[in-house]
Design a protein around this ligand. Structure first.
Ligand code: HEM
Length: 112
């Protein structure tokens, strides 16, 4: 360690900068090029019990039929549905691998 780096680490505490936790993105197994590509804005009206679309990590899920099966409740899904990104809400809820597998059944497209 040079004099400069040791003196710098003395003043900065020598620790690494706290890293922002990287999280894995969900990438569906099916060929994404063969599914619908739409703009997030086009999902504006898909935010109710008749049609509920959710966007997670750039992919779109039609969860209309899943609303009353969701263990986390339907209101939480409705809140993040339509033309908005639900990735953070989904990942922050700490879903299991089983839940992530389940999502694939609702995949309908991806964001432009
Ligand atoms: C297609 C999308 C989704 C699927 C398939 C799904 C599936 C599930 C499943 C299976 C569970 C039970 C626990 C587990 O296995 O992890 C769960 C719990 C939960 N989900 Fe989701 N979920 C989806 C989207 C979301 C979104 C977008 C949010 C947040 C806005 C959310 C919030 C929650 C919460 C808070 C719980 C915990 C409920 C509790 O333990 O009291 N989920 N979800």
């Amino acid at each position: 360690m040079s004099f400069f780096s040791s003196i710098t680490s003395y003043f900065t505490g020598g620790g690494e900068e706290p890293q922002k936790k990287e999280r894995k993105k969900i990438i569906p197994l099916i060929d994404a090029d063969k599914i619908n590509i739409v703009a997030l804005d086009d999902l504006k009206s898909r935010n109710n019990n008749e049609s509920c679309y959710i966007c997670i990590d750039g992919y779109i899920y039609d969860v209309t039929k899943f609303l009353n099966e969701h263990p986390g409740g339907e209101d939480i899904l409705l809140d993040v549905s339509g033309a908005q990104d639900a990735s953070e809400a989904f990942h922050d809820s700490g879903h299991s691998d089983e839940a992530i597998k389940q999502m694939e059944a609702y995949l309908v497209g991806r964001i432009q």
